[in-house]
Design a protein around this ligand. Sequence first.
Ligand SMILES: CC(=O)SCCNC(=O)CCNC(=O)[C@H](O)C(C)(C)COP(=O)(O)OP(=O)(O)OC[C@H]1O[C@@H](n2cnc3c(N)ncnc32)[C@H](O)[C@@H]1OP(=O)(O)O
Ligand SMILES: O=C([O-])CC(=O)C(=O)O
Length: 374
Amino acid sequence: MPTTLDGLEDIVATHSRICDLDGQLGKLSYYGVDIHDLAKFSSFEETAYLLWNGVLPTQTQLEDLRARLCAQRALPAQVLELMHLLPKTTTPMDVLRTAVSTLSAFDGHLDDTSAEANHRRAERLTAVMPTIVTSWEHIRHGREPIAPLSEHDHATNFLYMLTGQVPDEYTAHVLNVALVLHADHELNASTFAARVTAATLADMYAAIASAVGTLSGPLHGGANEQVIRMLLRIGEVANAEAYIEGALSRKERIMGFGHRVYRTEDPRAGFLRGMSKELGQRSGENKWFEMSQIVERVVKERKGLYVNVDFYSASVYYTMGIPIDLDTPIFACSRVAGWTAHVLEQYAHNRLIRPRAEYEGPKNVPYTPIDERN
Ligand SMILES: CC(=O)SCCNC(=O)CCNC(=O)[C@H](O)C(C)(C)COP(=O)(O)OP(=O)(O)OC[C@H]1O[C@@H](n2cnc3c(N)ncnc32)[C@H](O)[C@@H]1OP(=O)(O)O
Ligand SMILES: O=C([O-])CC(=O)C(=O)O
């Protein structure tokens, strides 16, 4: 039986000014700005600025940030060369973790640990991660990566690098909203991992590599990919109810449901549900949304569980034609804004993070010489 110690449930482990999360009321804000307003009115770049600076930017500050992000999208040639050497079967999340780690070798000023230098690293990592993800999509299929655009917003450039075409406004808008919604979420597992790494005064690349690795697991960011794999296994709307009933009776976890903090609807879910529906209608392929609705109803009725951010993002990305195993890397391309904001906050008020374990093992065990053991 899990105890409250397992998983540090409800343990307050640090102070933070970044993300305010109320799991009972289903409320979420970044530096006090409600996620609903950010989803409706903001852009990923503006949200990243807010996370890094604690206030919304002026027009000039936003334009300057956009220009700096655009200018830093290209990957060092050696990182691309290294990616060409990896087995083509390497998962995009493993490639992302490896490439992020490698970027430290090209920093050139790792000895500069000033807040300004780390702020620049936060921008650089955010600018370049979409290039890693989309380049790998081409490299693994034997194609040359598509160079980033030197203009256009983050979401548009991501889709351009993926497909070679500047997307229509609606598609870019959907990705932009998804990036805003995923950008931060208090002390989730990957952000905690980033902060633990940063608290040893390891560099920002090490902290973000820790975070990418932590996000990849199916109980965290990796769930979005598992959601669409489940929908594909269900196959048809008519199969959805029986499939979920069967899975629950076998005590399987349904990916995209449940959350450590929310005890009500996740405030991000409504936006993703709405975009899943609209994308389905626009593309003429409604079935993933319809199937998702049935899964949502049955899991809610049988288990009382709500969807989390990973559930509807899965059908959103699938309907946009995004390869399934890029779902979690896209999450990472957004969450890097939050990870780096937390790392900056950790460096600014640092103390080593080192909890204790309640010892439950044997005590006073005599050392038996090896030839006397059986
Ligand atoms: C961006 C994100 O990281 S959002 C989360 C993404 N992860 C997923 O979608 C994976 C599916 N969900 C889960 O595994 C969990 O809900 C988690 C990991 C997100 C949170 O888990 P915890 O807070 O540790 O809850 P815990 O694992 O203790 O589950 C509590 C109970 O709910 C059940 N439960 C929780 N989630 C689910 C689920 N998705 N499907 C079926 N049952 C579930 C558990 O089986 C358990 O039931 P029991 O008490 O009868 O044994
Ligand atoms: O907060 C969590 O535990 C999981 C997470 O990252 C999110 O919901 O965005």
